[in-house]
Design a protein around this ligand. Structure first.
Ligand code: FAD
Length: 525
């Protein structure tokens, strides 16, 4: 007879392992023993420092206030991603965490195409965030109020702790965080252990399957065998349980996304003098792009590139040239990336979460988002010992749809860009596989910008405004404005643009800088 799960064993102590342990210790606080095994010999990937705006809900669910965890993880706020040099004009644009205003039922971006396309950039006209980013502002006032008053009302602590299903979330929080991934894992380790998670520091050397093909136990070097009802594979790109032991195939995305390697570096910075950018920057280079993630006290940076177009050594030389003399003494670490997903992330009694489940290049900071999504879906589909096949199938479909949706969204970043100055950029349009659905949508979006009915309908974190922003930023514009807008007066739209500008000017003048806010408010609590 089916029984409740009593023992959950997590293998791996990177961000995925400790996020999962912390979340499960809060979500299932009765009658479950959670054990986490982590190796002291195998390092974590150690990157993964920019997040997606849903991450706020993860901390809310754990009951953690910003002042409790942010200073311990050198965390900063992120309101947008700034894309630099992604089109042939060498411009930049911001992809903010903010929905469009609507006027007479149409996104303000459609009105921008009609009334302002030749005057001001779309991002500065339609959103408040770009100017606040330029001015390095904090998203919060000194009294703790968030700049976007719609979000302030929607996200009370009471609401967020109840809403632990991302796909059901009807609101957009206007910021995410940057943090030191190692410090966050340490912080969550303390949180989990305080809530009863048992930590074993050891190497898993063997995974033993029972007669029905499920995992019976894992064997460690020094702690013998560890049995469990449910095993969670958080062993990173190795996929020790899901791929190696259970033999689940990995589906590569290399035909759609060409980047397969990265070089990461940490640069000390004088934040008092330079301030702290409240955004991630993604700057296109010859064979990929560079991330810049400002933390409290240092910058994390890395070059994501395609090894088919540039060697490891050439990439490091180009990366160092891009960063300048300041990094002469900084050590670079080279990382090979496994891009794609498992055919199934849940097999028998094993669920893979984190890099062992799936990963796409970190262009939209979705690695940690995938972890959050995987954990939430696991809690919502928590099995008993019967491991119902339909529940497992449903989980796998939801997770696969999410990762595939992000893959297509990232593919759009390359194929909609008009940059074609190197072999990599030419191949990023000419040689990649674009799914039929995306091709059809791209054709449609030449006539009108994306809306909720014309994007991928499966939950993958991105809303139609994000698609629209990328297309406008990359100069993949509809040829004409929406014909229906020619039958509607412009006044309301003009008034909305004016109101956005007025509010932006007010916020620019009143919000503290991110450096001031973090230093004096968060750190002093
Ligand atoms: P890992 O960090 O690799 O951890 C694996 C764990 O498994 C380790 O603790 C290891 O000791 C343990 N382990 C392995 N084998 C064994 C064994 N035999 N016995 C015991 N323990 C074992 N995500 C974002 O959201 N934003 C970003 O900006 C971002 N940037 C990224 C940049 C790059 C270049 C890469 C590669 C990833 C990035 N990610 C990003 C993804 C993010 O880093 C990961 O999603 C996150 O760190 C989770 O990693 P993990 O815990 O799955 O794996």
């Amino acid at each position: 007879m089916a029984q409740n799960i009593k023992n959950i064993v997590i293998v791996g102590g990177g961000s995925a392992g400790w996020m999962t342990a912390a979340y499960l210790s809060k979500a299932l606080d009765k009658n479950v023993q959670i054990t986490l095994i982590e190796s002291s010999n195998i390092t974590t990937v150690g990157v993964g420092e920019a997040t997606f705006s849903t991450i706020k809900l993860f901390f809310d669910f754990l009951g953690l206030q910003e002042h409790e965890w942010m200073p311990k993880c050198n965390a900063t706020y992120k309101m947008a991603i700034k894309f630099v040099n992604w089109n042939s004009q060498g411009q930049y644009f911001y992809h903010p965490f903010q929905r469009y205003e609507t006027v007479d039922g149409f996104d303000i971006s459609e009105w921008w195409l009609k009334t302002k396309r030749h005057e001001t950039p779309f991002d500065y006209s339609c959103f408040m965030i770009p100017l606040l980013c330029d001015l390095k502002r904090s998203p919060k006032h000194f009294n703790g109020e968030v700049f976007d008053n719609k979000a302030q009302d929607l996200f009370t602590q009471e609401i967020t702790t109840q809403k632990n299903v991302l796909a059901d979330l009807k609101a957009q929080y206007p910021y995410a965080y940057h943090f030191d991934a190692n410090l966050l894992a340490r912080f969550l380790k303390d949180y989990g252990k305080q809530r009863g998670v048992r930590q074993i520091v050891d190497d898993v050397v063997d995974v033993h399957l029972g007669e029905d093909g499920s995992i019976d136990y894992v064997k460690t070097k020094e702690h013998g065998t560890i049995k469990g009802d449910l095993f969670i594979d958080c062993t990173g790109f190795r996929g020790l349980l899901i791929n190696k032991a259970l033999g689940e195939p990995f589906i590569s995305f290399s035909e759609s996304l060409l980047c397969d390697s990265a070089i990461a570096m940490q640069i000390p910075t004088d934040i008092k003098k330079n301030g702290i950018n409240p955004y991630t920057t993604a700057t296109a280079l010859s064979s990929g792009w560079v991330w810049n993630i400002p933390l409290y006290g240092r910058v994390g940076t890395g070059y994501v590139y395609s090894s088919a177009f540039i060697s490891k050594e050439e990439a490091e030389t180009e990366f160092r040239q891009h960063l300048g003399e300041a990094v002469n003494d900084c050590r670079a670490s080279h990382i090979k990336m496994r891009i794609g997903r498992n055919r199934n992330s849940w097999v028998k009694n094993c669920v893979a979460i984190g890099l062992s489940s799936g990963f796409v290049e970190p262009l939209e900071s979705t690695g940690i988002f995938f972890i959050q999504h995987g954990i939430e879906e696991l809690v919502n589909n928590l099995p008993d010992t019967s491991f119902n096949e339909d529940v497992i199938k449903n989980y796998n479909k939801t997770v696969a749809n999410c990762i595939d949706g992000v893959r297509d969204f990232l593919t759009l970043h390359y194929c909609a860009s008009n940059r074609a100055d190197t072999e990599f950029w030419k191949a990023s349009k000419r040689d990649i596989v674009i799914s039929e659905e995306l091709q059809e949508r791209l054709r449609l979006w030449k006539s009108r910008l994306p809306n909720s009915k014309s994007i991928n309908p499966n939950y993958h974190g991105f809303e139609s405004y994000s698609y629209s922003v990328m297309l406008l930023g990359l100069n993949y514009l509809p040829e004409n404005n929406l014909p229906v807008l020619n039958h509607i007066e412009d006044q309301k739209a003009i008034a909305t643009f004016d109101a956005i500008k007025e509010r932006t000017d007010y916020l620019s003048a009143t919000l503290p800088s991110q450096y001031e806010y973090l230093t004096y408010v968060i750190k002093s609590q």
